[in-house]
Design a protein around this ligand. Structure first.
Ligand SMILES: [Zn+2]
Length: 331
């Protein structure tokens, strides 16, 4: 993910923000606001509570295997662990095992891991994230070739979704939920966007859902750093603006407005781009965007700082609880 063109777009965006100057209140209108009737988002009163301690422990367990770089033993062990966790929560598990060729020419043995919850239901939604770790911390000035933990960029998104699987077993929702963990998202060349997201590209060309397709998808990427901010990302707004609107509104309603920002960011090449453009599944990306950093992402991004110290339970709760709001408000 995150090729040069995208970085250019983000930098252009940052420049645009910077050029707006310091006064963000310029466009305050003098017209009194028309009172609007609050929209009923249909969030049930007895919405289950997301447990960030469990999500954190599930994240830590992955990190303890070591960096989940394709073709490593840590990668194999962690994949097996994720499969066992999904089975424990009663999901029907489908494993797409295949080989893909990385930009280096290396053949990578990968697995997309799919957990179908209430597989008998026709009405479905999909939640997804990548579970692999980038093979090197190339944004780290001191250690650009070393491996890193990938606690936020990878493990924490999986931890959040496995906690949601646990809750869905305790209290079944009105919709079926497909939880999809993509492999080899982060084994790419920053100068070539399509060398990233190898697992989701394979998945999109070989969809395993048959006739029970989810109605929409929500991708998580880097959603656990302290004070993370999620902007309305470009491809999400292009392909699925209604889903962005609904997820952001539910996040706000549940009290997580400071995380879900009512501002647009540039387009980011991430797994959702291929789900939208190849599979035709409207999918949004909840991803930490920091317009004040040089890269547009958090300062920890692809550095040695992406470790468990960077995993914040408040942010995990903001994301996990919002997703529960989305799932349980489906009729
Ligand atoms: Zn990454």
């Amino acid at each position: 993910m995150k090729n040069k063109i995208v970085r250019f777009l983000l930098l252009a965006f940052v420049a645009l923000f910077a050029s707006c100057g310091g006064n963000g209140d310029n466009n305050v209108s003098n017209t009194p606001e028309t009172p609007t009737k609050p929209v009923d988002l249909g969030i049930p009163k007895d919405l289950p509570v997301f447990n960030a301690d469990t999500a954190y422990a599930l994240t830590e367990a992955q990190v303890k295997f070591g960096p989940r770089v394709p073709n490593s033993s840590a990668h194999v062990k962690c994949g097996d662990y994720i499969i066992s966790q999904l089975k424990k929560q009663g999901a029907e598990v489908i494993v797409q095992a295949t080989s893909v060729t990385a930009y280096t020419g290396e053949s990578l043995k990968i697995r997309n891991i799919i957990g179908r919850i209430q597989p008998e239901l026709t009405k479905r939604i999909m939640l997804c994230a990548h579970w692999d770790t980038r093979p090197f911390s190339d944004r780290d000035a001191n250690k650009p070739k070393a491996q890193f933990d990938g606690a936020v960029d990878g493990a924490a998104s999986i931890g959040i979704l496995l906690e949601i699987a646990r809750i869905l077993k305790l209290k079944p929702a009105n919709v079926g939920v497909d939880i999809v963990f993509f492999d080899a998202e982060d084994y790419g060349d920053p100068n070539q966007g399509n060398t990233y997201c190898l697992g989701s590209q394979y998945f999109s060309a070989n969809q395993p859902f048959k006739d029970k397709m989810p109605q929409f998808g929500i991708l998580l990427d880097m959603v656990a750093a302290p004070g993370a901010t999620f902007y309305r990302e470009g491809y999400s707004m292009q392909y699925a603006p209604q889903i962005v609107g609904r997820v952001w509104a539910i996040g706000k309603e549940l009290g997580f407005g400071p995380y879900f920002r009512e501002e647009n960011s540039g387009a980011i090449t991430d797994d959702h781009f291929f789900l939208n453009s190849i599979l035709g599944l409207p999918t949004i990306d909840i991803i930490h965007h920091d317009p004040s950093s040089g890269t547009g992402f958090g300062e920890y991004w692809h550095t040695q700082q992406d470790n468990m110290q960077q995993v914040d339970k408040n942010t995990m709760t903001a994301v996990g609880q919002t997703l529960l709001g989305v799932i349980y408000s489906e009729k």
